[in-house]
Every structure is written in structure tokens, then in C-alpha cells.
Design a protein around this ligand. Structure first.
Ligand code: FAD
Ligand code: DHB
Length: 390
């Protein structure tokens, strides 16, 4: 098989790039390890920044997002028994975010790829990258007993944190920066009315909590839990009781509870791999960087990589200009690090750290006091949350 761009990974990054390139007449093949049902069964991000929503529209995949997604002009920070609102629109100079689940967005991208007869191959095994720093790169995968070879001009590693693409870059070239946090998030999806029309990020001595939503009848809640906990430690009743205990009383009192329809624990990690290009391989999204979910940056950081790669590929194939490809790593990393900084800051601000000394706790409190006493501090929070320009 032959293609111009071979994309490893059929998550949002890979599908979005494939769709955008297709619309410009650039041929791609997407290789996905899992079945479509499996990919669509993963409940992940919920908040899209303005630039991501624009990219969905450019990919001709924005129709359902515009119909069913909710525009949010603000969110709340709960602390010390009170709720303070962050007016995103006011403090960011007019921007907002779209609340639309990653599952729905991925479904829209798959449907668009189907409509245009895009090549998305599922259940591929043993994906391997070859000759990435040579003139004739290719990718192989196993389909039953057969080894299939795809010759291409470029390989995109959009295969998430555990995929093979990043690992194909020699250790002597790749620098990895990692910070792990001493807790995870336990997430629950339930068919209940959301407790608040806007998200609530709650700081509490018992630990962080987040009230989010997917629609007016579907709620998504998270609580900070120790890394040693497993889902079995959290039957529904225990989850709801702990969530309520971390929220201001008036919020807890109006919380509608019900059976969980999904429950999972995600450890928190900050991670960046540099460079994001090696030879003809370009890394994108979680393959190159991970953020703790506190600032809702994970999926949005993937989107900015795709934006840069899309324009770089279009310039290469349609205009004969390679500047975008040559500067991809540098440009993408500049924005990636800003998302890292913001996610780290919001994580440090909002969580309870098991080894925090009283000095750390007072600084955390002061950071919060400062935030709500300074329009400039709120401006910084808002411009990062709605997404820095690409
Ligand atoms: P992925 O979505 O990981 O997609 C990569 C794809 O590559 C997957 O479909 C995978 O199956 C495939 N793949 C892997 N290995 C291979 C292989 N060998 N061959 C072929 N294909 C392969 N972000 C937020 O903003 N908010 C959140 O609440 C949030 N929650 C999260 C919870 C969890 C458990 C995780 C893991 C992430 C969460 N994120 C969240 C982050 C966000 O979901 C990711 O940033 C986003 O999915 C990145 O998209 P991606 O396409 O780059 O990677
Ligand atoms: C969601 C997840 C986040 O990490 C976040 O910051 C906001 C919302 C969510 O899943 O809805």
C-alpha cells in the first residue's frame, strides 16, 4: 500500500489530521490498534477551546458540536465553603469554551471519514516504523498472519502516550521531561441533571473535586483519590458522599445522584518529549505530551499540534514550502510548554498534597486570594483556559 501521510493512531489527533488533509486532496491512511467501539467507549475530555471548535468546523465536522455542544462563558472555583465565578468572556476579552465530549467529537470525526471513504484501518497489530530518518519511510503492521507494508512520505505518530512512535526516536535524540503527582482522579458519568450549569472546580482539605457535564441530562464528576485506590474501592454511594463532602453545602444539597454508567481512575502526570520531529516522523498529541487534566488542556494541546501539522503539510504539498515542516517541533513545543505551565499551576493550586508542609498550604491559599483580588490574575487564568492563540 502507498500513501502520502501514514497516521498511526485513530484518536482525535489522528482522525482530525486525516480529515483536514483529505479536504485539501492529501492522501492519508490511519492505523488504529483498537476497534471503533473500544475507542468510542473511552470517556475523556469535555471542554474544547475556541480554536479547537474552529478546527472541527474547518474539518466539516462541527455541525453536531454547534447544535448539541454548550457554550460556556465562565466556571466556578469553590473554596472555603464559597463559590467564586471566573467570567471567562469578560477576562479573556470575549472568548468562551464549548462543552462537548471527546467521545462525541471522535464519533463525528469517524463519521466524516466514512462519508469521504477515508482509509481508517482498525485492530492493527505490531505496528512498526521503518527508515524514519531515510528517504523512503514505511510502516508495517500485522493483519492475522500477514505483514502489511505502507510506503509513505511522512509518518505521523498520533498513537497516544503508550504507542510505538515516540519510542522509534533514538534515545540519544529524545529528551523526556516528566512529573508525576501523588494522586489520581476518579471519574464518574451518570444520567443525572448536572448540579450546576457551569463547571465547578472545588478545592477542599479532603481533596479536589470537579463537577462537569456532557448535557443537561448527563453529568461528569471527578474526585481526587490516592494512587493506591482502585475503582472497586469506590461503590457509587461512597463516591457521591465524598463528592458532596468536598463541595459547598448549598451545592451538595442540590446534587442529584444516580447509578454510575462509567467509572475510571486516571493518574495525573505532566510529560513532554522533545523534539516532536525526527526525520520524517512527526509526533502529535498525547504521543508527545501529557498534562494533568485540571486545566482541561490535554485534548486542546493535541489540537494545536494538528493545526500546525495541517498547515505545514498543506504548505509542503500544495505550495512547495517546507518552512512549516522545518519549524513544526519548535512552534508546537512553544505552545505545549505554555499548556504544561498552566495545567501544572492549576493542579498545584487546587489539590491537596499528602506531603504538603504548612508553608506550602499558606502559599496555596495566598495564590487563591491573589487570584480573586486581581483582574490581571483572573485575566491570565481566563486567557489560558479559553486557549492561547495557535
Ligand atoms: P489518544 O486519544 O490517546 O489516541 C491515540 C490512539 O492511538 C488511540 O486510539 C490508541 O488506541 C491508538 N494507538 C495506541 N497504540 C497504537 C499502536 N501501537 N498502533 C496503532 N494505534 C495505536 N483531557 C482533557 O482535556 N480532559 C480530561 O478530562 C481528560 N481525561 C482523560 C482521561 C484519561 C484516562 C486519559 C488517558 C486522557 C484524558 N485526557 C483528558 C486527555 C485527552 O483525552 C487526550 O489529550 C486526548 O485523547 C489526546 O488525543 P490523541 O489523539 O493525541 O491521543
Ligand atoms: C472535564 C475534564 C477536565 O479535566 C476538565 O478540566 C474539565 C472538564 C470533563 O471531563 O468534563
Amino acid at each position: 500500500m502507498k500513501t502520502q501521510v501514514c497516521i498511526i493512531g485513530g484518536g482525535p489527533s489522528g482522525l482530525m489530521l486525516s480529515q483536514l488533509l483529505h479536504l485539501k486532496g492529501i492522501d492519508t491512511v490511519v492505523l488504529e490498534k483498537h476497534s471503533r467501539e473500544y475507542v468510542l467507549g473511552r470517556i475523556r475530555a469535555g471542554v474544547l477551546e475556541h480554536g479547537f471548535a474552529e478546527l472541527m468546523r474547518e474539518a466539516q465536522c462541527g455541525e453536531r458540536m454547534d447544535r448539541e455542544g454548550e457554550i460556556h462563558d465562565g466556571f466556578y472555583i469553590a473554596h472555603d465553603g464559597q463559590l467564586d465565578r471566573v467570567d471567562l468572556k469578560k477576562y479573556s476579552g470575549g472568548s468562551s469554551v464549548v462543552v462537548y465530549g471527546q467521545t462525541e467529537l471522535t464519533r463525528d470525526l469517524y463519521e466524516a471519514r466514512d462519508r469521504m471513504q477515508g482509509k481508517v484501518i482498525h485492530n492493527v497489530e505490531d505496528v512498526a516504523l521503518h527508515d524514519i530518518d531515510g528517504k523512503a519511510p514505511y510502516v508495517t503492521y500485522r493483519d492475522g498472519d500477514e505483514i502489511v507494508r505502507i510506503d509513505c512520505d511522512y509518518i505521523i505518530g498520533a498513537d497516544g502516550f503508550h504507542g510505538p512512535s515516540r519510542k522509534a526516536i533514538p534515545r540519544s535524540v529524545l529528551k523526556e521531561h516528566e512529573k508525576v503527582y501523588p494522586f489520581g482522579w476518579l471519574g464518574v458519568l451518570s444520567r443525572t441533571k448536572p448540579v450546576s450549569p457551569e463547571l465547578i472546580y472545588a478545592k477542599h482539605p479532603r481533596g479536589f473535586a470537579l463537577c462537569s457535564l456532557r448535557s443537561q441530562v448527563l453529568s461528569r464528576y471527578y474526585i481526587q483519590v490516592p494512587l493506591t485506590d482502585s475503582v472497586e474501592d469506590w461503590p457509587d454511594a461512597a463516591f457521591w458522599a465524598e463528592l458532596k463532602a468536598r463541595l459547598p453545602q448549598e451545592v451538595a444539597d442540590r446534587m442529584e445522584t444516580g447509578p454510575s454508567i462509567e467509572k475510571s481512575i486516571a493518574p495525573l502526570r505532566s510529560f513532554v518529549a522533545e523534539p516532536m520531529r525526527y526525520g520524517n516522523l512527526f509526533l502529535a498529541g498525547d504521543a508527545a505530551h501529557i498534562v494533568p487534566p485540571t486545566g482541561a488542556r490535554g485534548l486542546n494541546s493535541a489540537a494545536s499540534d494538528i493545526y500546525y501539522l495541517y498547515h505545514a503539510m498543506v504548505d509542503h504539498y500544495l505550495n512547495g514550502d517546507d518552512t512549516g515542516l522545518e519549524t513544526y517541533s519548535q512552534k508546537a513545543l512553544a505552545r505545549v510548554w505554555k499548556a504544561q505551565r498552566f495545567s501544572w499551576w492549576m493542579t498545584m493550586l487546587m489539590h491537596s498534597f499528602p506531603d504538603a508542609i504548612s508553608y506550602d498550604q499558606r502559599l496555596q491559599q495566598t495564590d487563591l486570594d491573589y487570584l480573586f483580588s486581581s483582574d490581571k490574575a483572573l485575566g491570565s487564568l481566563a486567557e489560558n483556559y479559553v486557549g492561547l492563540p495557535f
